[in-house]
Design a protein around this ligand. Structure first.
Ligand SMILES: Cc1cc2nc3c(=O)[nH]c(=O)nc-3n(C[C@H](O)[C@H](O)[C@H](O)COP(=O)(O)OP(=O)(O)OC[C@H]3O[C@@H](n4cnc5c(N)ncnc54)[C@H](O)[C@@H]3O)c2cc1C
Ligand code: FES
Length: 284
């Protein structure tokens, strides 16, 4: 994990309010693991002072400038514009200086090759699932269930398809794919492939519904949570969630930034009132 100043390579709108940013990131291709994140800070402006956390969508190499030069490494993040920080980000261009701290956190455990894998992404929650899919398709059958409110929330699905992932799209308003919630699709897929392992990231209501479905069936589940984060490195305790076994007399808190953002479902306390630090907007 390190903090460094770097530059933006590109920053494009890919769907209304969703942007994809490519950033020069030496060392990330080797270091970044599926499910990890970076703390991102715009260098040029004073506000916002705080860094903002973003999942790493993809890491890769740019074509080398010439034969004798090593290829440069980049990462891509995909973000939804929701407030002051992301509003500033949408106005950034090629060459603009930014600061990255990362890669941070505990990512997904890929699991054994024999298991069927089901990835569940709600809106921007799709982001940390791409690197995971890249890793898994080498050895396993991977299915992606992608849900959103409307078609605008369905992003990068064709890129998963190019990896060889079977994809299923659902939208609440029926504007793309099946009409309804992604959790309905999950129930059907688990009926058909009962021995699958599930990996989910999305808004908290979706995560809770996925947890309930998996718990009822005894299905193994990993979730990526999005708590509000100020430091990203375990120093401010602003991102704690209640862990399994938490009690008033014997509190058991977990930092989402260092113990997560990915947790095995059984590590967390799922009583509704208990995971309240995580924004109900989740991975919006
Ligand atoms: C580990 C992790 C990975 C993330 N990955 C992504 C990603 O890949 N793409 C993406 O678009 N966003 C991601 N987020 C959420 C992202 O960090 C917030 O959307 C961003 O910080 C908002 O900054 P802002 O200044 O624009 O909004 P603010 O002005 O800070 O807030 C605007 C609104 O968004 C809410 N908000 C702020 N932070 C979060 C948060 N962490 N979760 C939910 N709601 C929040 C605020 O309460 C407010 O309602 C991730 C968060 C975490 C913790
Ligand atoms: S964000 Fe500061 S401890 Fe997790």
């Amino acid at each position: 994990m390190k903090n460094f100043k770097t530059i933006i390579l590109s920053n494009q709108e890919i769907s209304p309010n969703y942007y994809r940013m490519k950033i020069l990131a030496p060392g990330y291709n080797k270091q970044a693991k599926p499910g990890q994140f970076v703390m991102f800070r715009v260098q040029r402006s004073l506000p916002p002072l705080l860094r903002r956390p973003f999942g790493i969508f993809r890491a890769g190499f740019l074509p080398a400038d010439c034969d004798s030069m090593p290829p440069k490494e980049f990462i891509e993040i995909i973000y939804k514009v929701v407030g002051s920080g992301t509003e500033i980000m949408q106005g950034l261009h090629h060459g603009d200086p930014v600061e990255l701290l990362g890669p941070l956190g505990e990512g997904f455990a890929v699991g054994s090759p024999e298991e069927e894998k089901i990835l569940v992404g709600g809106g921007i929650g799709l982001v940390p699932l791409y690197m995971l899919a890249e890793k898994m398709v080498e050895t396993s059958n991977v299915r992606l269930l992608m849900g959103g409110r409307t078609r605008d929330d369905i992003i990068t699905v064709t890129e998963f398809e190019r990896l060889g992932v079977e994809t299923y799209v659902s939208t609440e308003d029926g504007s793309l794919g099946e009409e309804g919630l992604v959790t309905q699709v999950l129930e059907r897929k688990l009926d058909k492939y009962p021995h699958s392992t599930v990996f989910a990231c999305g808004p908290m209501p979706m995560i809770e519904a996925v947890q309930k479905i998996c718990a009822e069936r005894g299905t193994s589940l990993q979730v990526s949570l999005e708590a509000l984060m100020a430091c990203g490195v375990g120093a401010c305790l602003g991102c704690v969630v209640k862990g399994e076994g938490h009690a008033e007399e014997e509190p058991r808190y977990l930092c989402t930034c260092t113990s997560g953002p990915v947790f095995k479902a059984e590590e967390l306390d799922w009583r509704k009132a208990e995971i309240k630090n995580v924004k109900s907007g989740g991975c919006k």
